[in-house]
Design a protein around this ligand. Structure first.
Ligand code: ZN
Length: 310
């Protein structure tokens, strides 16, 4: 345990049987917020992130690990629970079986892939496991007095899931919706990996909009929202980032440009963001916008791999 442990351990919020274990700097990447869900029979940990490492020894025994999806920051604390089952959606499950399979989720080219491969192990404690268990839409975990239901919300990754956690508090039904990386951050939705899909992400946003809960919890930045109006407002702003990127792309394509030039211009990250994998993320994110603008007739392909609006 390091010197920061007591301070880190103190950063938690209890909502009925759910403890939200806040990551460093409000769960800012590479850390994240994790959940501890304590029923009468079983205790689950959801998305154990880097912040869990400093809490070892302060937590009750855990019976299972659930990951909302197979991304480095959400599985960074899985290795702390080697003796209990790990659960991920069936579509993300391959990622936990080997480092090569994990890297396929991102689809990076060299030399970025080698750098990221090293980071997955050294920084995020990537630990393969060949007996992890598959989650499916509608699966329920009855922990004793508290139930967790799996809601498949693909887009960020193929197998991304949200979790609806329900219990009764003094006769009143309570529900907490854990949104994972539908994180409502001002950055907007992230759909820049090989296993991301923009249109699935949009459908997933529509789906979580319909879910009523007393608390909405994200894995980064926003943390806990306890008013539905604020949740809906955040979700609206978050979704609007998709339209903003598309509008800015159309504006840029008043003059013809190639995908290389589009990626270099940056529509997802800001120019000043020093992210070593920004180029492939820009390329993959914006090519999904290009595809649907082409299909809608709002964009034309020209010679020389260039595109123009109209
Ligand atoms: Zn993620």
């Amino acid at each position: 345990m390091n010197e920061a442990a007591p301070e880190v351990a103190a950063q938690q919020v209890c909502l009925g049987p759910v403890r939200v274990l806040m990551g460093a700097e409000g769960g800012r990447y590479p850390d994240g917020n994790s959940l501890l869900v304590e029923g009468e029979r079983e205790t689950l940990v959801v998305d154990p992130g880097l912040g869990l490492i400093a809490r070892v020894g302060t937590l009750p025994p855990v019976d299972r690990v659930l990951n909302s999806h197979c991304h480095e920051d959400h599985i960074a604390g899985n290795h702390l629970f080697p003796d209990v089952p790990w659960h991920l959606h069936a579509l993300d499950l391959p990622g936990i079986t080997s480092l090569d399979a994990m890297l396929a989720i991102y689809g990076l080219d060299e030399p970025i892939e080698t750098a990221f491969r090293e980071l997955l192990v050294s920084r995020f404690h990537y630990t393969p496991r060949d007996d992890a268990r598959a989650l499916h839409e509608g699966d329920e975990f009855d922990l004793g007095g508290v139930t967790l239901r799996v809601i498949h919300t693909p887009g960020h990754t193929r197998g991304h899931c949200c979790f609806a956690i329900s219990w009764i508090d003094g006769g009143t039904p309570r529900r907490l919706l854990y949104l994972g990386d539908i994180d409502l951050a001002s950055f907007g939705p992230y759909y820049g990996d090989a296993w991301s899909n923009l249109e699935d992400f949009e459908r997933s946003i529509e789906r979580v909009r319909e879910i009523e809960a007393d608390w909405y919890v994200t894995s980064h930045h926003i943390g806990i929202l306890d008013e539905r109006a604020r949740y809906l407002e955040r979700l609206e702003r978050y979704q609007a980032k998709i339209g903003d990127r598309e509008r800015r792309l159309l504006e840029f394509l008043r003059e013809p440009h190639t995908l290389d030039e589009i990626a270099a211009h940056r529509f997802v990250y800001r120019k000043e963001d020093s992210v070593f994998f920004a180029e492939p993320v820009e390329r993959r994110s914006m090519s999904q916008h290009i595809d649907r603008l082409l299909a809608a007739g709002d964009l034309r392909a020209l010679d020389g791999d260039r595109y123009i609006a109209g």
